[in-house]
Design a protein around this ligand. Structure first.
Ligand code: DAH
Length: 372
């Protein structure tokens, strides 16, 4: 019996000392495996007889039960320790900001697009988009810019070569019907006004963000840039609505409640009357500040939609009227965020993005705040 007690304490301490599942399995095999120490003793039972065999059998069975119990208990303990370790290793503090936020930034232009859409969205405008490759008819003719109109020259248009034609003869097919008209990279977002009026009935209230293209490159021009177009058409809209809407926009966007806004008479072929909008600013000490001051900055063009445009887009100009506006997205971003050079927008310089970019989860809204 003493030998069994010794064996028992040895087996139990092997089980108890197992540091992991593999060690526990080794202890189990050492005790209960085919050649385990307890198994060997069991095999020896056959050589005993009578009472001795019975007594030894009982003792071995008790030992076996004790070993099995210890194995099961140790297994459970190891499993729960493994789970605890895993949980500790995978611990997440959900109140910390996600790590990529420390690096990634939203480009100021994307931020600007979101901010402008949030403001006009609040006023009931729907965001609509149109194609970058346009027909000459949508980009010019339907906007009351006929083929010989000087505005066409001002737009520095990128024309696409016609199919089967290596070089485009300037002027060929210009002014033709939408299907036959020459293709070009749209020079402004205004053709989306045309597309919208042709495809939906008034009342219309849309905001069109998008890419635009002109053959121009210097400090203040890049061949690709972005605009926002606005269009409102219904039976009763007038110049007062245009002014109210754009003044509200300027205040919300620049986040200056009393920013002075000035409407200056201007000319665009697609609006009559037309105006350009300036906001007040000061340049004291070489620093540009939006708000009251003795200087003005032009930020957008606008006007009442020309009856010729309404008619060309199938809208009855005796029944409907409305206003439109267009502005440069880079320009209003530069003014708001104090970015001095337009070309840096498209340099893809990570240091620039880190400096001027926005934290991704700061989604602009009028209630939550627009910029930083
Ligand atoms: N399309 C004009 C441009 O690119 C901007 C513009 C001016 C758009 C007046 C309008 C508008 O809708 O009414 O210069």
């Amino acid at each position: 019996m003493d030998r069994l007690e010794t064996l028992k304490s040895e087996l139990l301490s092997a089980i108890d000392g197992a540091a992991d599942m593999a060690a526990l399995e080794a202890a189990r095999v050492g005790a209960l495996g085919k050649k385990g120490r307890l198994t060997e003793l069991m095999k020896g039972l056959g050589e005993l007889a009578g009472e001795a065999r019975k007594a030894q059998g009982q003792a071995l069975n008790q030992l076996r039960a004790a070993i099995e119990g210890a194995l099961a208990a140790k297994k459970a303990a190891l499993e729960s320790a493994a789970l605890d370790a895993k949980l500790a290793a995978e611990r997440i503090d959900v109140t910390l900001p996600p790590r990529p936020l420390a690096q990634g930034r939203i480009h100021p232009l994307s931020q600007c697009m979101e901010e402008v859409a949030a403001i006009f969205g609040e006023m009931g405008f729907t965001v609509v988009e149109g194609p970058d490759i346009e027909s000459d008819w949508h980009n010019f003719t339907a906007l009351n810019i006929p083929p010989d109109h000087p505005a066409r020259q001002m737009h520095d248009t990128f024309y696409l070569a016609q199919q089967g034609e290596a070089h485009l003869h300037q002027g060929a097919l210009v002014g033709e019907s939408p299907e036959r008209a020459v293709r070009l990279l749209r020079t402004h977002t205004s053709p989306v006004q045309v597309r919208t009026m042709l495809s939906q009935k008034p009342p219309i209230r849309i905001l069109v963000p998008g890419r635009t293209f002109r053959k121009d490159s210097d400090m203040t021009h890049t061949p690709m840039f972005h605009q926002f177009e606005g269009l409102v058409i219904d039976e009763a809209t007038h110049m007062g609505h245009l002014k109210g809407c754009l003044i509200d926009f300027c205040r919300a966007y620049f986040e200056v409640d009393d920013v002075p806004v000035r409407f200056r008479p201007s000319h665009f072929p697609f609006t009559e009357p037309s105006a350009e909008v300036d906001i007040g600013c000061s340049r004291k000490g070489g620093e540009l500040k939006i708000g009251a001051g003795d200087d003005w900055l032009e930020i957008l063009g606008c006007g009442m939609v020309h009856p010729n445009v309404l008619e060309m887009c199938g809208v009855d100009s005796t029944k409907y009227q409305g206003f439109a506006f267009g502005m440069g997205a880079e320009r209003i971003s530069m003014l708001k965020y104090g970015i001095p050079d337009l070309r840096t927008f498209f340099d893809a310089d990570i240091r620039w993005l880190r400096h001027y970019g926005f934290v991704p989860l700061d989604v602009p809204s009028l209630v939550g705040g627009l910029g930083q």
